[in-house]
Write a protein that binds this ligand. Structure first.
Ligand SMILES: Cc1cc2nc3c(=O)[nH]c(=O)nc-3n(C[C@H](O)[C@H](O)[C@H](O)COP(=O)(O)OP(=O)(O)OC[C@H]3O[C@@H](n4cnc5c(N)ncnc54)[C@H](O)[C@@H]3O)c2cc1C
Length: 561
């Protein structure tokens, strides 16, 4: 049977004919315009540019393709567009003319899937309904493999309720929280979809999220974001679609063990009974510490990997927008300002991460007696503060004092910091905070000031305790943070303003381990077991986790019929 070519987006199909034949789509890049320029004017400018290149604009449909903000010159902020010209039905364009124009041919990502011939002894099991598990199960379901998707956490409504209980009353559900449940860790987030991986699957991820209800502009904006309020709807729709396509979804179902049967299939031991399955996709995310421990006990190839720890910094959104955009701050074309800062000294890097403009700091703990922070924004990004993680890179040798430099050492390293934050916060899931002024001034005890201008947003506000973050983080992390903040203040004057607030601790920036897998995407020495996504150490962020889920689904489809 010939390979089945799956074109992710028929309406964007373009054919590239070699040797002087026609190209039906081109991209014009670098259309730089003042803030507030209308899309019609941008398209007009692009058409003029094309005319100058002698390209037949009459035979093209035009639309905006990419949009980014160029704020390098604060007194002359520009919006930079790419425009896509699509050849009208029955018209073609010559590749020579395109080449002469310096424009880019638009090539459609066609990923072909070849179905395998090995019989699958039972349905595939996907463990974890985060972006990796969701997209893996979605593609398997679309291709008729009727996957069973399980998650230890709750479905969306119940999960939102348990998160709200924790925010309001400090009652933590260790199975259903900001890390665990429908949609995984990304559900209570800003839903930033930017990724550094250059993988054609990423456009499929964005298009699919759009099909599931995400805003149209996620394929236009260079830095797309969905917002937690919209993301929850998108995740719910995706789960429904997997079921409609013949899949099944089970919540409050935690994988606690894996048994290989004599016929080569598996029995997955879960909190909802043993499940028979042909293959198992392990997409548990970076916070499933008991699952890591179980895999280690069962001899799976886990290795520790570098990660980062630090704090979350908060500024008033207005202050941050002015720092970034000056007098243009607040312009609807710019939205809430985003930044990314980094500094490296010797081996250690310090960088800002997962910035949430107009968002809030969230209580991201998943274990009792620990305090963990992360960030979240709604689609509107209109809350009072803007926040970001400021993280310092740490390495396996740093885990040495905490149970050795092996896998469990990495987890223990995180846990010790999180417990110290719990204690420093007053042992009630309040967060320890410090002003940047006090932090850089090495203040402690009574010398520290209460936040005034910028109020911590953690757990809706009023759930913080002024405490020295030196009591929470290792000294080399504190030293790198101080240096980083001073350097960032030079790059973005005002960044280290004394009133800005630091909350601790940010420890779940990436997975502490990697589950080693081979070219067949199976765990080394464990055929039929597919480690996947961030928790397995192969992704960082929503889009790259989803893309890794697709890769694993393709590998399963390519092997099994
Ligand atoms: C608060 C927050 C904000 C974030 N913001 C962003 C952002 O704006 N943009 C971005 O790109 N990234 C963001 N991230 C990171 C992003 O969410 C993750 O990189 C991504 O979700 C990883 O996807 P994953 O599917 O690999 O794992 P996860 O999303 O972590 O999903 C794993 C799932 O597996 C389940 N699970 C774990 N163990 C078991 C078990 N034994 N049995 C059954 N189920 C199990 C968990 O309940 C969980 O639902 C954020 C993370 C957090 C916590």
């Amino acid at each position: 049977m010939p390979p089945m070519a799956v074109s992710w987006r028929d309406k964007m199909q373009y054919e590239l004919k070699n040797g002087g034949d026609t190209i039906k789509g081109i991209i014009i890049e670098g259309i730089s315009v003042p803030v507030g320029t209308s899309p019609a004017d941008v398209l007009y400018k692009a058409k003029q540019k094309m005319k100058r290149f002698g390209l037949p604009i009459g035979s093209l449909h035009f639309r905006l393709y990419k949009k980014s903000i160029d704020a390098r010159k604060r007194d002359d902020i520009r919006v930079v567009y790419s425009v896509l010209g699509v050849a009208k039905e029955g018209t073609t364009l010559s590749s020579e003319a395109i080449a002469r124009s310096g424009c880019k041919p638009y090539v459609e990502n066609v990923l072909s899937i070849t179905k395998g011939t090995t019989p699958l002894l039972a349905r595939p099991l996907v463990v974890g309904a985060g972006p990796a598990g969701l997209f893996c199960a979605y593609l398997l379901a679309r291709e008729g493999y009727r996957p069973l998707l399980i998650d230890r956490g709750d479905d969306m409504d119940s999960r939102v309720a348990s998160v709200e209980r924790f925010v309001k009353f400090g009652v933590l559900d260790t199975e259903s929280n900001i890390q665990f449940g429908a949609g995984g860790a990304g559900t209570f987030s800003d839903g930033k979809l930017l990724t550094r991986i250059n993988d054609p699957r990423c456009s499929f991820v964005l298009e699919t999220l759009k099909d599931m209800g995400a805003p149209e502009d996620i394929t236009l904006n260079a830095k797309p974001h969905v917002g937690t309020d919209v993301l929850r709807l998108v995740v719910t729709r995706m789960l429904e679609t997997i079921t409609q396509l013949g899949g099944e979804v089970m919540f409050r179902c935690r994988l606690d063990g894996i048994k290989r049967m004599t016929d080569g299939s598996f029995s997955a031991q879960t909190t909802r009974g043993d499940l028979s399955c042909g293959v198992i996709v392990l997409a548990p995310g970076h916070s499933a510490r008991d699952t890591y421990a179980m895999l280690l006990r069962e001899g799976y190839p886990l290795i520790p990997k570098p990660m980062s720890v630090g704090v979350r910094i908060e500024h008033l959104r207005q202050d941050m927008d002015e720092m970034l955009y000056g007098s243009m701050a607040g312009h609807p074309d710019l939205g809430a300002g985003e930044y990314h800062l980094s500094h490296t000294k010797g081996e250690r890097g310090v960088y800002t991460f997962c910035m949430c403009p107009g968002g809030e700091v969230v209580a991201a703990a998943s274990e009792e007696n620990t305090v963990v922070v992360n960030g979240m924004s709604h689609r509107a990004r209109n809350q009072t503060n803007s926040n970001a993680a400021v993280a310092v890179s740490v390495f396996p040798e740093d885990y040495e004092p905490y149970n050795g430099s092996d896998v469990l050492g990495a987890i223990e390293f995180q846990r010790r910091i999180e417990r110290a934050a719990f204690v420093a916060g007053g042992k009630n899931y309040d967060v320890p905070v410090m002003t940047v002024g006090d932090f850089l001034g090495n203040k402690a005890g009574k010398a520290m000031a209460d936040p005034t201008r910028v109020l911590p947003s953690y757990r809706g506000g009023n759930h913080f305790k002024v405490a020295s973050l030196g009591e929470v983080l290792p000294p080399y992390v504190v030293a790198s943070l101080s240096e980083g903040l001073r350097v960032f203040d030079k790059k973005l004057p005002g960044y280290a303003m004394p009133e800005a607030v630091l909350s601790g601790a940010e420890t779940r920036t990436s997975a502490p381990v990697r589950i080693r897998r081979g070219e067949d995407f199976c765990a080394l020495g464990y055929p039929g077991i597919y480690p996947c996504g961030e928790g397995a150490g192969y992704a960082g962020g929503i889009t790259s986790a989803a893309a890794d889920g697709l890769k694993v689904a393709e590998a399963i489809i390519a092997k099994y019929c």
